[in-house]
Design a protein. Sequence first.
Lengths: 468, 468
Amino acid sequence: MPNKTHLLRQLENISGKDNVLSSPEVLKPYSHDESATDEFNTMPVAVVKPESTEQVAEIVRLCAEEGVPITPRGAGTGLAGGCIPVEEGIVLSLERLNRRIHIDPENMSVTADAGISLKQLYQVVEEGDLFFPPHPGDESAMLGGIVAANAGGARAVKYGTVKHFVRGLKVVTADGKILSLGGNLMKSSTGYHLMDLMIGSEGTLGIITEVTLSLLPKPGTIMTMVAPFKTVDEAISSVLPVLNLKIIPFAVEFIEHSTIRCVERLLNKNWPVKSGTASLLIILDGPDEDRVLETAEKIGKELENHGALDILIAEQREKQAEILELRSMIYEALRPGVGELYDVCVPRSEIGGHVQFIHELEERIGVPLPTIGHAADGNLHSHAMKYRLEDGEMKEPIKDFAEKNSLLEREIFADVFKRGGVISGEHGIGIIKKNHLIANLGKDAVDMMKAIKQALDPNGILNPGKLF
Amino acid sequence: MPNKTHLLRQLENISGKDNVLSSPEVLKPYSHDESATDEFNTMPVAVVKPESTEQVAEIVRLCAEEGVPITPRGAGTGLAGGCIPVEEGIVLSLERLNRRIHIDPENMSVTADAGISLKQLYQVVEEGDLFFPPHPGDESAMLGGIVAANAGGARAVKYGTVKHFVRGLKVVTADGKILSLGGNLMKSSTGYHLMDLMIGSEGTLGIITEVTLSLLPKPGTIMTMVAPFKTVDEAISSVLPVLNLKIIPFAVEFIEHSTIRCVERLLNKNWPVKSGTASLLIILDGPDEDRVLETAEKIGKELENHGALDILIAEQREKQAEILELRSMIYEALRPGVGELYDVCVPRSEIGGHVQFIHELEERIGVPLPTIGHAADGNLHSHAMKYRLEDGEMKEPIKDFAEKNSLLEREIFADVFKRGGVISGEHGIGIIKKNHLIANLGKDAVDMMKAIKQALDPNGILNPGKLF
């Protein structure tokens, strides 16, 4: 670490005085992300906010020379501590790299600065009568961040996660070079897939400053269905029969009603069905209302054959928005009591078994584990709660939560490994899950990752302490 | 290079006496691939045919110890020299690793040995009432090879190339370790995307021995349309209006009639339309005949508005097969006269301009360049012919072809770079295109590739001499 005053002055020379922060109160928001624990929060030495790829490259060159670690940061909406800085390091915030977003209708793509938010992206894409299917959750997330984490979301069943939509990236390397990877191309077999290596690398191999994404034609209509079941097991078991109709819905979620109660209380709104203990939430897209309604009715019939107590089809935008709001606010509602948020992904065929295991664990260890999941893609979120839950309210604290949760963690991950799954479906590894990476992927695979890290960032200045 | 007899004996100990070839006449087929030039053909010291991943790993460990370079090989259907061995090296042929292919209907996936052919894959998938969209051409190609080259094909417009369908790989590393990358999972944000790095790495970073691919529900029906136009320019210009109908066809090809004449002669069959100088070939998939026919008619009307002289819709399987056979045999028909096969990919919006440039070049340099292309995904194949073409027949040789072709190559690639394109859309770089990689991607990107190669295969024993 060089002289701090000297470092700050040099950063100011690059990005301007107003764009280098160093007083503790303004640094604080940059010491954490949105994960449930504050255990890893760390104050950086400074935050610098470049406004161009060239400035990012200059900052990286400076830090490489001075040996100062850099943690790149988008909106800080991550859930694995991926953008938490290290002591003696700086945060390189992409928030001001947010001026350019350009739709290319002929190539059905959009090119945008890494600091453009998902919300801005959806708006511009909608205005262009086009469509970006993934919806990884919090719309304040920035594009660089969602690519760096290979974010997923509920809408990955039919169209895939973010990585399936990345066509090109501009990246600053650990030695401050600017690389354009991929391009506005639909095909390439031209050399190693460096772009795909950068996706999901959580800022440890390069800093993403610009993103080109594939778009699709905007679907004529989107429809949302909710079907309640007597048990969560029945809900999950009816996913496969739906897929066997040769229909791939846009999204298929399962939600236990005990979980949704917390959100009903928070928002003072009601989940549209009352019967049963769990719902399937299915979203369909298609060319027009008649066709999608026909599909929805076909699915409804199949769900009833498999125990659905009711079928609700929401066609109006407002009704759909309300249902999705309730679904999307689950983490928000639970968060004050969440000790750990799991993000496992198992083969689709293993979801039922894993959820059953979670329920047994809940009973056996005595920690509430409200669980929701992307039922058709195998990605589940169990929330280990520090408080007893009763009718959507948090009651007294769970005794010895920390010990119980480390037991939970071991058991949940062991079950996931047995089923051929991974510890992160969409949140990333960051700091929070890194101790489990070898257990999940094996030492040889992690050694290969470390060899790549060593080759591309020999001095370890890009987002140190993450992943492994 | 160790003592040859000693090496052969050790290989025989691993894979059995019958599975180690070393006499020149049996080695010859392993000295080349299907590319047009024989300039790079090289005889290996031996060919070994392991029958399991474990045997592959043993062979790699042996060769690593003895310093013997290994060139992995599938069916040898590549078009860039990617599986051509080096002198003093061996070929590791995956042809006997072809016993297991297993459909998993619940997870809509298939797991197969790397030596299973595309033909076998399509058959098993069809029997399972499922669907593997990519069709990279020659059906004798093996799965390991199509993944190693990130093969594409005509059917990539709607569903993407092979890389979009790979869920998991078993790979043997340069030090003979066996890694399972990915999994039967639809989502993962668990560490670097090593699997994506292996895809398209042409056997230089690891040897793929098993592949897990995503499948889709089998479409209810597939329909093929052909629309002739007065000029190829008009044909290409009407692709965008079709996409603007919010319809993404399964495949969109443009074919000049002067090119198809060669195939008509070879097969003694006729292209279904006679008028015009170029056709668009469009393939549609959908849930049932009525809906797809409705879509086809909508497209037909749009094409007529943009100058189509006729619209032919083929619904019967046999008629469709005949049209596709004519299309797919183009390389076969031209091959005896092809000096170089180009495989460039440009942004979709640049195809028209590039084809126009190809025609100007043809005139100016005096080399016939019959060109076909995947019109909606920007991937074009120009065939530099060593003979003058007249009504589909090859006539007298082009004088000074070699000099003219090196001029062509420079000009074609320069035009592609100007348009933001790449030198390979789907065939790979192999040996044949490696001298252009830096000009295409820049030295910094290629240096990054070399650093990765060095990190994962420090002794350079996996497929040396390829890519860079």
